[in-house]
Design a protein around this ligand. Structure first.
Ligand code: CA
Length: 234
C-alpha cells in the first residue's frame, strides 16, 4: 500500500495517471530548457547536419527573391534605356524635319534671288539694330551673303547708290566679324579697298554699297536686306 501526502492510500489507477502527468511535466521542462539554450548562443543558429552545403542552399533560397528582384530591375532598366535611345532618335529626326520645314517657309514680300529668298527694304532707312529687329519681326534675319554668285544676283536688284545693312558686325571683338543671328564668322566678304578701317574707332556694322562692303557706324540710317532662312539653324 502506498500513501499520498494526505495519508490517503493511492490506488493503481490514480498512480498511473499521476505518473503520466510527471512524464508530461518532465517533457515540457526539457523542451523549455532546449528553447532557452537554443536562444542563448550562436551554436544553435544553424542546427543542420551538413552546414556547409545545407546553409549554402538555405542562404541561396533566402536570397533568391532579392536576386530575382535585382534581375527584374536590370531588365526594366535595359528596356527604359532602349526607349530613351529611341526617343532621342525620334527627337533628332523631328528637329531635322523642323529645320527643313522652317527653310521652306517664305515670309510675304520675299523673292527668290539666286538660290535663296530675300527681302530688300527700299522704302525706310533704319539703324543696324532696328533693321535687324525688323527682319526678326518678319520671321527672318538680316542677310548674310554666302558667295560671289549670290552677291552678283543681289547687286542686280539693288540701287547702285544706296547703302544696305547686312548681318555682319564686330561688336563683340574688334576685327572679328560675325553674324548676329548665328554667332558664327560670316562666310564671305567683299570689302571695298581700305575697308574695314573702323574709322573713329566706332564702325562695327557692315553695309553694302554698289556690290562692296564697308564697316560703318551701327547708328547710321540705311536700307537693309533680310533673308528668309535662319542661319542659327544651319
Ligand atoms: Ca569703314
Amino acid at each position: 500500500m502506498i500513501w499520498n501526502a494526505t495519508l490517503q492510500p493511492i490506488t493503481s489507477a490514480s498512480w498511473t495517471t499521476k505518473f503520466r502527468m510527471y512524464k508530461l511535466a518532465l517533457l515540457f521542462s526539457l523542451l523549455a530548457w532546449n528553447t532557452i539554450v537554443s536562444s542563448a548562443g550562436p551554436r544553435s543558429v544553424c542546427l543542420l547536419e551538413d552546414p556547409v552545403h545545407q546553409c549554402g542552399e538555405f542562404c541561396l533560397t533566402a536570397l533568391k527573391p532579392m536576386l530575382d528582384h535585382i534581375r527584374f530591375l536590370e531588365e526594366n532598366w535595359t528596356k527604359i534605356a532602349s526607349k530613351q535611345d529611341k526617343l532621342e532618335s525620334q527627337q533628332a529626326e523631328l528637329l531635322r524635319k523642323l529645320i527643313i520645314f522652317d527653310k521652306k517657309i517664305v515670309p510675304p514680300k520675299f523673292e527668290l534671288i539666286g538660290s535663296r529668298y530675300f527681302y530688300i527694304e527700299d522704302e525706310i532707312r533704319k539703324n543696324w539694330y532696328s533693321a535687324a529687329e525688323t527682319c526678326r519681326q518678319m520671321g527672318a534675319q538680316l542677310a548674310v551673303i554666302r558667295s560671289e554668285e549670290e552677291l552678283t544676283a543681289l547687286k542686280a536688284k539693288l540701287h547702285k547708290d544706296r547703302i544696305y545693312w547686312l548681318d555682319i558686325n564686330d561688336l563683340d571683338k574688334e576685327g572679328q566679324f560675325k553674324s548676329s543671328a548665328s554667332g558664327k564668322q560670316t562666310p564671305f566678304f567683299k570689302w571695298r579697298a581700305g575697308q574695314p578701317n573702323n574709322s573713329d574707332e566706332n564702325q562695327h556694322c557692315v553695309d553694302l554699297l554698289d556690290g562692296l562692303m564697308y564697316d560703318n557706324k551701327c547708328e547710321n540710317l540705311s536700307y537693309f536686306i533680310c533673308q528668309s532662312d535662319n542661319d542659327s539653324l544651319n
